[in-house]
Write a protein that binds this ligand. Structure first.
Ligand code: PBG
Length: 326
């Protein structure tokens, strides 16, 4: 007997029938930047093709995405002014709170609103927590994160995503939301977030680069994999409903190991640097942007992710509609 592969790859219908990985626009989350002001629609130099909106114009951006079949959005705020304790993050009328109110009012439940909960875009020092003696003070940061999350949900957020890697953040948010009457609101935790050079373009876009030191005391060391599994377990025990692995492409092993271990949905965050690399290489004619975008997205789902947070969400939604992937 001769062992053959049956050359199934020669037949397009069979090839599609036997695809192991399926994705749909329902599994994509589109990250968007909103800055204080009015009438702002500006392209981000560090993230070509991505736009910084103000709370009023954001409505147009979300509308465009909804028309392309996207449903879920993750908002990052850029305040007018910053201070030591990140007041802008938890102001009742802060930039993200304004944006959430506007979008909820306009689209109701047609758009699923997720808000990033962190201080780094709002602190003058650019760190994700309060600073005491040049060090992050984990525990005094927690009430401020809880306050931020509650104010987001009151403004219309459907789900909160703590991204600062502070110990105990998930538990602090859970109890604040429960006490505030929002026990149904889920928490998507950035449980395995690495101290990564791939965040560069985001920090430029959000003006959130640390003014001294780095984030290595709270974000994870990329030499470690098992530590991610431990962090994820801690966040699950604290009440996380979904967990994020971030970045995505250099961390597919973490996604795949996590998949084997946990039952909760896993979201992979394909970060700004991953997007910018593809854009830059394509702009220099070195790769085909569309094909690399499709292949990268599928590889993330193949590794075990259920959800992909990506700046390519609009284009991927188009590729799914065309039938090129999915
Ligand atoms: C805030 C936050 C960051 C990103 C998401 N939330 C930046 C950071 O940790 O410096 C990065 C997202 C991206 O690079 O696309 N803590």
């Amino acid at each position: 007997m001769e062992i053959r592969t049956r050359r199934q790859r020669n037949n397009e219908t069979l090839r599609r029938m036997t695809r192991e990985t399926r994705i749909s626009s329902d599994s994509l989350i589109y990250p968007m930047f909103v800055r204080e002001g009015k009438g702002i629609v500006e392209e981000l130099a560090s993230l070509p093709g991505q736009i910084r909106y103000s709370p009023d114009t954001l409505v147009e951006g979300v509308d465009k995405a909804l028309r392309l079949g996207l449903r879920s959005f993750l908002f990052f705020g850029i305040p007018e002014s910053k201070d030591e304790i990140g007041c802008g993050a938890y102001e009742e009328n802060g930039v993200v709170q304004q944006a959430l109110k506007n979008i909820k009012k306009e689209f109701g439940n047609d758009a699923y609103l997720i808000s990033d909960v962190c201080l780094c875009e709002y602190t003058s020092h650019g760190h994700c927590g309060l600073i005491e003696n040049e060090k992050i003070d984990n525990d005094s940061t927690l009430p401020l994160l809880a306050k931020t999350a509650l104010s987001h949900v009151q403004a219309g957020s459907d789900m909160v995503a703590p991204s600062g890697m502070m110990d105990g953040a998930v538990a602090a948010l859970r109890s604040a939301l429960d006490d505030g009457g929002f026990s149904d609101t889920p928490i998507m935790s950035y449980a395995a977030k690495y101290a990564s050079a791939f965040y560069g373009p985001f920090r430029e876009a959000a003006g959130s680069a640390p003014q001294f030191g780095d984030r290595k005391s709270y974000q994870m060391d990329y030499h470690n994999g098992r530590e991610a599994l431990k962090r994820i377990q801690i966040d699950i025990d604290e009440g996380a409903d979904l967990i994020i692995v971030k970045p995505a492409l250099s961390y597919l092993d973490i996604i795949s190991q996590t998949r084997k271990l946990i039952r909760l949905p896993i979201a992979a965050y394909s970060v700004s640097g991953e997007y910018a690399m593809i854009k830059a290489a394509a702009a220099s004619g070195l790769i085909n942007e569309y094909n690399v975008m499709c292949e990268s997205a599928i590889s993330i789902f193949r590794s075990g992710a259920d959800i992909l947070i990506t700046y390519f969400a609009l284009e991927l939604s188009g590729a799914i509609k065309k039938g090129d992937i999915g």
